[in-house]
Structures are given as structure tokens and as C-alpha cells.
Design a binder for this molecule. Structure first.
Ligand code: ATP
Ligand code: MG
Length: 386
């Protein structure tokens, strides 16, 4: 069928225009030499204009240009980009850079194909929301359990106060009153934490140096590690540019991972001695890794680590919420958590944050556009060459 002249002609002449993907071909000066119908519907007449001007209204090439790297190494690359033609309903695209290789091996052109994945993104959001609601359900059960414990404490305090009143014993009264105060403080902070969790509180995002947080967390645990004979090392990629994070959120994630890693070293029969906290930025993705040579996890533990209240630690030491809270914060930043572990050998937890999915910083107006490393407000889509 393919060899039928009609079909071949259709493929050559029409497919380029008919596919539901915006395509443009750019030369080594980043000028658009061809584009398909879909592309023209989005950007109008663009022939001969540089892509950075078309995509982002820039006068020069962009930082971190994907097409430039494809011209250099001949590799296909794929990235996600947020388009901002319509601020109320952001569109998302998968952008592929594909080299056109000449017979002599040179690369005169790169084809950029942008596929609209906004509907997939919407489903992803809905799924996140559903997961959050399910987690809230589980948390309610945990909350009821927690409240029950506190009520027992309150009843104990009441009993002591009553008996103090009956015996006119001021010391006993004070003891009971202190017990009551402690339990009231506990229940109020319990309720606050729960409300934050249930509301899916919007993170306060600002442009920060992500390594700063990693350094703070390292400082925090250095002594505790040393006391257990564990060497805590920070191996940070100094090339990471400022990025939009909720400082406290990132701090919480790394604190959880590092404290788990130290616990794992302490729990290991042959005693783990190394914890490494590592950062890296590559291909538009910021990652943090925490590695340990501690006890590791067996299959069953690995399956349950993200379950509410799952903990292998002594009661009073682990509540089993650390990783769940970590994952929640990471997801709020558009990222994901990955881990691997070998029983008796150690574990690695990795937080992956694609830059294009990091949230918008809140105070961008006051901060005069932040560091310039963030996606530009007026940008349409595509990280245009530069
Ligand atoms: N680096 C690690 N090495 C081995 N096991 C780990 C590691 N990190 C997590 N785990 C396992 O996953 C479980 C859940 O971890 P999580 O941080 O959620 O809770 P926790 O540390 O037990 O309690 P907390 O709520 O205080 O953090 C741990 O109890 C432990 O069994
Ligand atoms: Mg923990």
C-alpha cells in the first residue's frame, strides 16, 4: 500500500501539515526555514525569523538551548515545556529536537516538534488530587488514634486535678494542671498539622540556591552522625543555578532522608559508616540523592515505605510519616521520588525535580523577575535555541 503513488504523495505532501503536532525546521543560525500548518496556527507567519524571537520574543538565543545541543552532538532530545499563551489555562508540550543529518555527517537542520500534552497533565493533576484525598482518609484514621491517646492523657490529668481538689493538695493540683497543659498543647499542634495536610497548603515558593538547603541539612546532622561513627559527606554540584523551591519543604525532605539514612546505618548489624548527600543538575533536571551503607530494605519493606504510619523503628522513634511527607512536598514541586535498596548493603533515595515543572515563585514582582533563570512570564512555549 505504501508504494502506491497516492499514499506516498500524501505522506510527502500532506502528512507534514496534517499531523496534530507543531513542527518547525531550524537552521544553524536558529532561523525557521520550514514549519507546518499547526505551527503557523500557533505562531503565524514565521519563515526566516529566529525561533527564539518567535517562541519567547527574545532578541538573542536562550540559555540551555536544547536545539543547540542537538546541533552539537547529533542526539535526539525530549523535554517538557510549559506554554503561556493563555495564563489562565496553561498548556503543556513535549518538545522533541531531532537532527537532520546530511550524507557527509553534518547537521544542517534540527526539527522541533511540539506535542500538546495539556490533557495528560490535567489527568495527572486529577490523579494527584485523588491520591491526596486517599491519603487524607488514612490520615483521619491515624488522627483519631492520636486523639484517643491524647484524651487518655487528658483524663489522667483530670483525675490528678480532681484528687488534688478533694484533698486540698496544691502540689497535686499543680502536677495535674501541668499534665493537662501538656496534653492541650499536643492536641492543638496535632490539629494544626492535620489541617495543613488536609488543605494541601500552597507552598511558599521563592528563588533559592538549592545547595544552601543541602548544606544546612548536612550541618544539622554532622554531629549526630559523628557520634555514631558515621561520616556524613556533601557532594554538591556547584553549577546548579538558583531555582524556585519552598525552602522549608526542601529542608523537610532532605532532613527526612538524611535522618532515615543515619537510622539505617545505626540499625545495620555491621554498622553503616557512610551517608552521602549529593546534588546534581543535568538536562534541565535538579536531583538530590541521599545514599547510605546501612541496613537496606527487604522486598516487603520496600513495598510499604510510602504507606502511612509504616515504620520498622521502635515506637517513639519512628512515626512512619517521613517519606510520605517527603513525597508530598516533592510532588508539590512537580517532582518525583525514586529509591533503590539492597538488604544488608544500603539504600539510595533520589528526589528528581524537572526545572520546567517547578512552581512559580510567589514574590516574583517584588523580586524583580528573580534570577532570570526561570521561565519567562511572557514566553509562549519552547526553550528556544541559544
Ligand atoms: N535509608 C533507609 N534505609 C533503610 N530503610 C529505610 C530507609 N529509609 C526508610 N526506610 C524504611 O522505611 C520506613 C519508613 O520511613 P519513614 O521515613 O516514612 O518513617 P520513619 O523514619 O520510620 O518514621 P518518621 O515518621 O519519624 O520519619 C522506615 O521505618 C524504614 O523501615
Ligand atoms: Mg523517617
Amino acid at each position: 500500500l505504501i508504494s502506491s503513488p497516492d499514499v506516498r504523495e500524501w505522506i510527502q505532501e500532506q502528512l507534514f501539515d496534517e499531523v496534530p503536532v507543531a513542527i518547525c525546521v531550524i537552521d544553524r543560525e536558529f532561523n525557521i526555514v520550514r514549519s507546518n500548518r499547526r505551527f503557523e496556527e500557533m505562531y503565524g507567519e514565521t519563515a526566516g525569523r529566529p525561533c527564539y524571537e518567535v517562541y519567547k520574543g527574545r532578541s538573542g538565543p536562550c540559555v540551555n538551548c536544547g536545539a543547540l545541543r542537538t546541533f552539537e552532538d547529533g542526539q535526539m532530545r525530549r523535554r517538557e515545556e510549559r506554554g503561556q499563551q493563555d495564563a489562565d489555562r496553561p498548556r503543556w508540550y513535549v518538545v522533541d529536537d531531532v537532527p537532520i543529518v546530511a550524507p557527509d555527517g553534518s547537521i544542517p537542520y534540527v526539527v522541533e516538534m511540539s506535542t500538546d500534552i495539556s490533557h495528560v497533565k490535567e489527568l495527572e493533576q486529577q490523579k494527584l488530587e485523588a491520591e491526596r484525598l486517599a491519603a487524607v482518609g488514612q490520615t483521619v484514621a491515624g488522627l483519631a488514634h492520636g486523639i484517643k491517646n491524647i484524651i487518655m492523657g487528658l483524663e489522667g490529668g483530670m483525675y490528678v486535678v480532681n484528687s488534688g481538689l478533694q484533698r486540698n493538695d496544691t502540689d497535686r493540683l499543680l502536677t495535674g494542671w501541668k499534665m493537662l497543659q501538656e496534653e492541650i498543647t499536643r492536641i492543638s499542634s496535632f490539629a494544626k498539622e492535620f489541617l495543613d495536610f488536609a488543605k494541601g497548603r500552597q507552598p511558599h515558593v521563592e528563588v533559592i540556591d538549592p545547595n544552601d538547603v543541602a548544606r544546612q541539612v548536612t550541618e544539622l546532622f554532622l554531629d549526630r552522625g559523628r557520634a555514631s561513627g558515621i561520616e556524613l559527606v556533601a557532594d554538591l554540584d556547584e553549577g546548579i543555578q538558583p531555582a524556585a523551591f519552598e525552602r522549608d519543604g526542601l529542608h523537610l525532605c532532605l532532613t527526612n532522608l538524611v535522618s532515615n539514612a543515619i537510622d539505617a546505618c545505626e540499625m545495620s548489624e555491621r554498622r553503616g559508616t557512610h551517608v552521602i548527600i549529593r546534588s546534581l543538575e543535568e538536562d534541565g533536571e535538579i536531583t538530590f540523592e541521599v545514599l547510605d551503607d546501612g541496613c537496606g530494605m527487604d522486598y516487603d519493606v520496600k513495598r510499604k515505605v510510602f504507606t502511612n504510619f509504616f515504620s520498622t523503628k521502635a515506637s517513639g522513634k519512628g512515626t512512619g510519616l517521613g517519606l510520605l511527607a517527603t513525597r508530598k512536598v516533592v510532588q508539590q514541586h512537580g517532582g518525583s521520588v525514586w529509591f533503590d535498596s539492597v538488604e544488608g548493603r544500603g539504600s539510595v533515595f533520589r528526589l528528581e525535580f524537572p526545572r520546567s515543572r517547578l512552581p512559580e515563585p510567589v514574590a516574583v514582582d517584588q523580586e524583580e523577575q528573580g534570577s532570570g533563570e526561570l521561565p519567562e512570564k511572557e514566553a509562549t512555549h519552547g526553550e528556544s535555541p541559544g
